[in-house]
Design a protein around this ligand. Structure first.
Ligand SMILES: Cc1cc2nc3c(=O)[nH]c(=O)nc-3n(C[C@H](O)[C@H](O)[C@H](O)COP(=O)(O)OP(=O)(O)OC[C@H]3O[C@@H](n4cnc5c(N)ncnc54)[C@H](O)[C@@H]3O)c2cc1C
Length: 291
């Protein structure tokens, strides 16, 4: 097996174009497991670790551009205040070793419906920047990036460069159900993001359909229901209806991790719970501003 080691983004794109059989590797926490279990026997590995651009993040015109290779540990330590929902999800990924190596770009590359970064990326309106040597940059909204189980919108000659998202304009939360507290693939997961200036709600449902997805009917219901102006307490009936609509957005399967019925039930609970946390934060802020 060949090992390709481009030293720049331009060289990485050239290598991707020249070696269509080469498998990109960033942290290797998915790739190496699959090679060890003989799931893949690629002609070559395309090591993206020396490409400095992938390990950087920046703010451009007020929006965050986070390199695909930034590992979870840095999302938590450097971006936790700006992207609290993604940071919360990152804290649930694997173990400290996995969070040191694993990256959001790798999660996007693997496109598992259970990947923990996907729900907060969806809830936060993230856009994925991909590029090829031949056709240049494409900006793909997260809603259009996940095409099927472990299938994404990348063309064979493209690499993921970064994801773009706004620094959290309001409270964001993530919740994940697993069979234990750490080192666990989600049975199902849920993310919420409030966008108060636009009077809008974002959601992301994980591990409960062939792809991560938004619960759009739940978002629309809640956006109209919340008293954004006066920040009055949330009606129990509204939280319950939101949970029901999130549950209806899922199309889970029975598998070794959980039944479809359990997943639906758990989603409605996580939706109510994260909404309550987020709305309490929003109301608390109003009290602080008033005092
Ligand atoms: C013990 C263990 C526990 C885990 N726990 C979790 C968990 O709790 N939650 C979770 O979501 N995941 C978990 N994972 C899976 C894995 O850690 C994540 O999916 C991680 O985000 C992968 O990132 P990586 O940088 O290691 O990707 P890699 O393994 O390097 O790559 C993953 C995929 O993305 C592709 N890829 C990588 N970078 C690019 C790029 N720039 N452009 C195009 N394609 C690219 C690769 O070709 C490959 O297909 C776990 C894995 C292990 C081994």
């Amino acid at each position: 097996m060949d090992f390709l080691r481009p030293m720049s983004w331009a060289d990485a794109l050239a290598a991707r174009a020249e070696h269509p059989g080469a498998l990109p590797i960033q942290g290797g926490t998915d790739v190496m497991v699959e090679i060890n279990f003989d799931v893949h026997r690629p002609d070559a590995l395309l090591d993206l670790n020396p490409v400095r651009e992938l390990a950087e993040w920046d703010t451009v015109d007020g929006r965050l551009r986070v390199g695909a290779g930034v590992p979870y540990v840095r999302v938590i330590s450097e971006l936790g205040d700006r992207l609290p929902g993604l940071a919360q999800a990152s804290r649930t990924v694997g173990s400290p070793q996995i969070r040191n190596r694993g990256s959001v770009g790798g999660n996007l590359g693997a496109a598992s419906p259970a990947g923990d970064s996907h729900p907060p990326l969806l809830a936060g309106d993230a856009v994925i920047e991909v590029e090829s040597a031949a056709r240049g940059v494409r900006m793909i909204p997260a809603t259009e990036f996940y095409l099927g189980v472990k299938r994404n919108a990348l063309e064979p000659d493209e690499l993921i460069r970064a994801f773009w998202t706004d620094p959290a304009p309001g409270p964001q939360y993530f919740s994940k159900i697993g069979t234990r507290n750490a080192m666990v693939i989600a049975v199902c997961s849920f993310a919420i993001a409030l966008h108060p200036a636009e009077r809008r709600v974002g959601t992301g449902v994980g591990s409960a359909a062939p792809t991560p997805r938004r619960a759009t009917a739940a978002e629309e219901f809640l956006a109209a229901e919340l008293d954004w102006e006066n920040r009055t307490p949330l009606a129990v009936s509204a939280a319950q209806r939101f949970g029901e609509l999130v549950k209806e957005a899922a199309s889970p399967i029975d598998d070794v991790r959980g039944t479809a019925d359990y997943r639906r039930h758990a989603l409605s609970v996580m939706a109510r719970r994260t909404l309550t946390w987020a709305w309490n934060d929003y109301m608390g802020k109003s009290r602080k501003e008033a005092s």
